[in-house]
Design a protein around this ligand. Structure first.
Ligand code: SAM
Ligand code: DTB
Ligand code: SF4
Length: 324
């Protein structure tokens, strides 16, 4: 179990027990979706999605061994190591994202965590992107003493740091850092007063019970993450998880629905994996309460639906972009 001294943001009287969450997963599909859609309508316009665009500001060559990740230096993947992008490159991408209708710009770096010399240029990027009138989010890995405060001072709106899977399964996917390291960074982000974006990856070989444990962990964070990305594993050639058995897509929809019911006021993001999803599956995810997407032809290193296809899908579903 997680040591509460390390992670004081884990509530001592949890809002949701793992058994309650397992029971949600086990509901008949239609009952589960009805409950999710009802919860969604209590807090959100069901015909709106929040639109974020993602940019990899530092790609590849990461020291960590995350079994799903194309950017680990320990896996032979098609991704090449690249230096940190310049401020001008980032600003050009952010301007384009804004023109295309994104309200939040998320910048990701393939680091275990930022070194101080790396953090300084990222602070400039945050200030500049904010200056364009976009919400800002960064995902830079584990934060050390004082770094969250520096990000907050630069005006960062959200820090993305996923718990990714159940604590008991984490060690089978990642050996170079632990679950308590992730919780400690989430705590630092909260202490510095920033909003939290934290979710996970589904389809890595975890059991349904482990999906329930992940959702319980997220839903019992105090306060609950404002943004909860639910990623479907994108299998990348050369990673240890390439070739993992494909998850039943309805189980992914169930996970979105359970996230919506247990975190009713959070944005639940239908994140990685949309590129491989039929429109009808994405529509089911929206019905299950997903109300945020990554918009733009690339995620970090893998593909995402092209923007024309997304505009067409949202038009056919009568879904509008949410104002920031
Ligand atoms: N290095 C930082 C870290 O690990 O927190 C930030 C970047 S990392 C790529 C951000 C997140 O992307 C991971 O926590 C994971 O949830 C997601 N991710 C990475 N590769 C993925 C894949 N192949 N499929 C689905 N999600 C993935
Ligand atoms: C999140 O939960 N998903 C995004 C974002 N946060 C950083 C990353 C998805 C990465 C998918 C694989 C890739 O493109 O490399
Ligand atoms: Fe590095 Fe993040 Fe990829 Fe893990 S998920 S290998 S920490 S970039």
């Amino acid at each position: 179990m997680t040591d509460l001294a390390v992670a004081p943001e884990v509530s001592s009287s949890p809002r949701w027990s793992v058994d309650e969450i397992k029971a949600l997963f086990d509901l008949p599909f239609n009952d589960l979706l009805f409950r999710a859609q009802s919860a969604h309508r209590q807090h959100f316009d069901p015909n709106e999605v929040q639109v974020s665009t993602l940019l990899s500001i530092k790609t590849g060559g990461c020291s960590e061994d995350c079994g799903y990740c194309s950017q680990s230096a320990r896996h032979e993947t098609p991704v090449e190591r690249e230096p940190l992008l310049s401020l001008d490159e980032v600003l050009a991408a952010a301007r384009q994202a804004k023109e295309k209708g994104a309200t939040r710009f998320c910048m990701g770096a393939a680091w275990r965590g930022p070194k101080q010399k790396d953090l300084l240029p990222v602070l400039d990027m945050i200030r500049a992107v904010r200056g364009l009138g976009l919400e800002t989010c960064v995902t830079l890995g584990l934060l050390k003493d004082g770094q969250a405060e520096q990000l907050a001072d630069a005006g960062l709106d959200y820090y993305n740091h996923n718990l990714d899977t159940a604590e008991e399964f984490y060690g089978q996917v990642i050996s170079t850092h632990g679950y308590s390291d992730r919780l400690e960074t989430l705590h630092r982000v909260r202490q510095a007063g920033m909003r939290v974006c934290s979710g996970g990856i589904i389809g890595m070989g975890e059991t349904r019970a482990q999906r329930a444990i992940l959702i319980a962990q997220l839903a019992n964070l105090e306060p609950v993450p404002e943004s909860v990305p639910i990623n479907m594993l994108v299998q990348v050639e050369g990673t240890p998880l390439s070739g993992a058995p494909q998850l039943d897509t309805l189980e992914f929809v169930r996970t979105v629905a359970v996230a919506r019911i247990t975190m009713p006021t959070s944005l639940v993001r239908l994140s990685a994996g949309r590129g491989e999803m039929e429109d009808s599956l994405q529509a089911l995810c929206f019905l299950a309460g997903a109300n945020s997407i990554f918009y733009g032809e690339k995620l970090l290193t893998t593909g995402n639906p092209d923007t024309d296809a997304d505009q067409d899908l949202l038009r056919r579903l009568g879904i509008r972009a949410m104002a920031a």
